[in-house]
Design a protein around this ligand. Sequence first.
Ligand code: ADP
Length: 478
Amino acid sequence: MLLKNGTRVYKSIGFKITAWYSLSVFIILLIASGFLYYRLSHKLNKEVNHILIDESGDVLQDILDDTLTQNNLSVAIEKETSNAKYFKLSARLLDIDQNTVVCSANFFAPDLKTSERSITHAKNGKFGFDTIRIEGIESPYRLITRPVYIDNALKYYLQVGIYLKHTQKIVENLLENFAMLIPSLMIISIFCGWLISRRSLRPIKDITNATREITIFNLNKRLSIAHTGDELDKLTNTINHMLDRLENSFKRTIQFTSDASHELRTPIAALKTGIEVTLSRDRSPEEYSLLLINNLRVLERLTSMINDLLELSRTDSDANILHLKSINLSNILMELHKKFMVISKTKKITILIEAVPDIHINGDEDLLRRLFSNLLGNAVKYTLVEGQVCVSLKDGESEIIVTIEDTGIGIPETQRGKIFDRFYRVDPSRTSETGGAGLGLSICKSIVELHNGTIAVKSTINVGSTFIVHLPKNHAHP
Ligand code: ADP
């Protein structure tokens, strides 16, 4: 059988809550009934034992009063058994070899063999009790066996018994009541379980319905919080936070797609216009050659931007792209130092390096080379002629700190927080001169985060900027 939402009834939480609730009630009822049954039977048995002790005491008194001839004994026993106040008594007297000496006419089984346990009790001067069931008779029989001493010597065993008709009736009544009460209570408990499950699951139903209504087109919608402070409030809050993150990441993706299309469209449009203008009339071979050179430059920029975009999508995809191994960071920085010394020659920029030799780190060699190449490239790019760039590498206890400091143009305070965003450039008009698309620092940030590190910037306009990278020595996946 299926519920409205397509869940099988027996798989629904409502069914499970009701079933568990009813099962617990059933178990409690069984334990309570068992306990009451046991207590009552025990109490009644105790009462019967008291009566038997009392009645057998009277019989014993009579026996001991008379001279113990066979006839006197019979009379005494018959008298006592017929005089019993509340119960029908029967009695018999056994000699120490357990042969019947005297037996009241109503004794239920004159040939009954007494249990060893009761005889041992009686021999030790105590009372032995037995409950005996006789075929054909509905109610059992309770029998006391007690010693009879004459002149301080054990001479007989006196047995007095009563039918447990009344006590059995009381116990049977109790069981009958239980048999009626338990099914009715079970029906009530199933109903209560169903009500409880419905009440407690209603908020979940509301959350499910509200969540189902949220699509890509209304990602700004949030679930309403009941402010009850319970677990469901927490669940609603968690879902709302997840929606916040989804919405932000969705917005960023849309922004990124539109920025990327825009950035790609501008150079392509420039290429198209250049080609159209050139083809509009016949040109000299020099003019065609100039167009091709210009186009090649634009294509180089486009290729570099596409490579950056690919790099970003690669570092964004997941942390498993890392090829971790122990790498000598000092060597990488030395290599980059040499490379940028050549590049910066035309701008007469001095690049200094204060690197402690042989500092090793567990990381991805290609990505870390890319990280410091971007930072050094920017430092050279945004430093004016005859400026200075200083690279330092410090070996901390658990992390390595790389600082790249330049005497360049600096970054305005208001823009510092944004320079790590994709396609963000402090001065877009300078792009054509410098050739950057605003992706370099976002790639740096992704690489640092993949290594569980941090990147920060300090800067003063027209004085210079310092980029500080902290990398843990032993990279661990988050
Ligand atoms: P770009 O390719 O434009 O350099 P980046 O993402 O590498 O893109 O840098 C983003 C912006 O941050 C740059 O446009 C530039 O304005 C600024 N910037 C980055 N590094 C420096 C630096 N060392 N000095 C001054 N400005 C910098």
